[in-house]
Ligand binder design. Sequence first.
Ligand SMILES: *[C@@H]1O[C@H](CO)[C@@H](O)[C@H](O)[C@H]1NC(C)=O
Ligand SMILES: [Cu+2]
Length: 158
Amino acid sequence: MSSKIFLIAFFVAIVASLALATEYVVGDDAGWKLNFDYQKWAEGKQFVVGDELIFKYTDKTHNVHRVNGTAFQQCMAPAESEALTSGSDVITLATPGRKWYICGVGKHCANGMKLAITVSAEVQAPAPSPASVADKISPRKSCAWILASMAFFRMMMA
Ligand SMILES: *[C@@H]1O[C@H](CO)[C@@H](O)[C@H](O)[C@H]1NC(C)=O
Ligand SMILES: [Cu+2]
């Protein structure tokens, strides 16, 4: 009986975790720094409304500006007072569409500190090509689904 309750709780927890937003540390371990290819980093990632970008930098010689496409192309930072400067700047992707971010310090933007992404309204179905399916399903989410299915199956059999 109690193991059944445990399994139900486990199943509910797994399903709830699937609905949670993904947090992306921009640049992963490299963080937000000079001479890094953030376009390459963003390649193949699926950003969805509700996900979060975290810009991490330990030295305070950087900042983060959300800009428009024109300012992104020309590396034109808005007023410095509008910059995010905490060194662990969290940006929630609140709306779908194209988003642009740059570092407004010196020539950092021209030296790679720029990121452009596209945010989708919801998770899109993986492409039908079998070769690309494995790349599109995040390992964390597919693992969670397998665990959830196993828990559900065991619950039904108990
Ligand atoms: C883009 O941003 C720049 C700098 O903040 C601003 O001057 C410009 O008017 C903006 N362009 C558009 C199309 O909103
Ligand atoms: Cu910088």
